[in-house]
Design a protein around this ligand. Structure first.
Ligand code: NDP
Length: 226
């Protein structure tokens, strides 16, 4: 039987690239969009099961987990994220934009991972949470994009606590940096293509399925400092 992957946030960008890369390698792919009437490029990939979820809404995340309660995945990737109000700083951002950014990038990903944990194959399964190199507190010496950095640093903290709390399940739990990638978020000047990022991330996940190591890795397999 083919291996199976669930990708949360796959209508476009890196999530869509991951869905293509796994499908091309013969995996059974389930991938989510927010709006079923806008599947993005997903409906062009044959054999993909399309689901819906908005990770910023607890009820939506819980409903997805209930619909998938009887399914077991070898890999779950929580890719969904947003850039947020990038021109803003802590002293200028409005409360609503700040809350939406942290709901989407920090709380939403770990909350849906928690709801879905029963769907991940114990002892051999992998959960990947898409963070960013910009979430590294140790590397945050340059300033800029501070709100986005903080949201991904919070996600990294949640992810480490989540991994520690579920150690008995034997899952490999990864914080993944996709590179600076040419997408709507990364922009046209990004040096990494979606295809190269997705292929690299897939290799990192395959490695983790074998060596069972948690960690903070970029798409080339390099370890990043927390
Ligand atoms: P895009 O903006 O191109 O795509 C974002 C994806 O996330 C879309 O499919 C979008 O769905 C989905 N999404 C956003 N918010 C939600 C939500 N609340 N619930 C469900 N799905 C949601 O981003 P990228 O592909 O560039 O980025 C993917 C991930 O990689 C993000 O977590 C990002 O932070 C991270 N990353 C990206 C980098 C880059 O250079 N591109 C660098 C480092 C990290 P919809 O179409 O409905 O909006």
């Amino acid at each position: 039987m083919a291996e199976s992957v669930l990708i949360i946030g796959a209508s476009r960008g890196i999530g869509l690239g991951l869905a293509k890369a796994f499908a091309e390698r013969g995996w059974q792919v389930t991938a989510t969009v927010r709006d079923r009437s806008k599947p993005g490029g997903l409906d062009k990939i044959s054999g993909v099961t399309i689901e819906t979820v908005d990770i910023a809404e607890a009820a939506s995340a819980r409903a997805l987990a209930e619909r998938l309660a009887d399914v077991t995945f070898d890999v779950v990737i929580v890719n969904a994220g947003m850039g947020g109000p990038r021109g803003e700083k802590p002293e200028t951002v409005n409360d609503a934009d700040f809350c939406q950014l942290f709901l989407t990038n920090a709380l939403g990903p770990v909350r849906i991972a928690e709801f879905l944990i029963g769907c991940v194959r114990p002892q051999t399964g992998v959960i990947g949470l898409m963070t960013s190199q910009l979430g590294s507190v140790e590397q945050a010496s340059a300033g800029g994009v501070e709100l986005y950095r903080a949201s991904k640093a919070a996600l990294n903290s949640f992810t480490r606590s989540f991994a520690a709390r579920h150690r008995e399940l034997g899952l490999a739990i990864l914080s993944l940096h996709p590179g600076w990638v040419k997408t709507d978020m990364g922009g046209p000047n990004a040096p990494v293509t979606v295809e190269d990022s997705a292929a690299g991330l897939l290799a990192v996940i395959e490695r983790a399925r074998k060596d069972r190591q948690d960690g903070y890795f970029d798409y080339r397999g390099e370890t990043l400092p927390w």
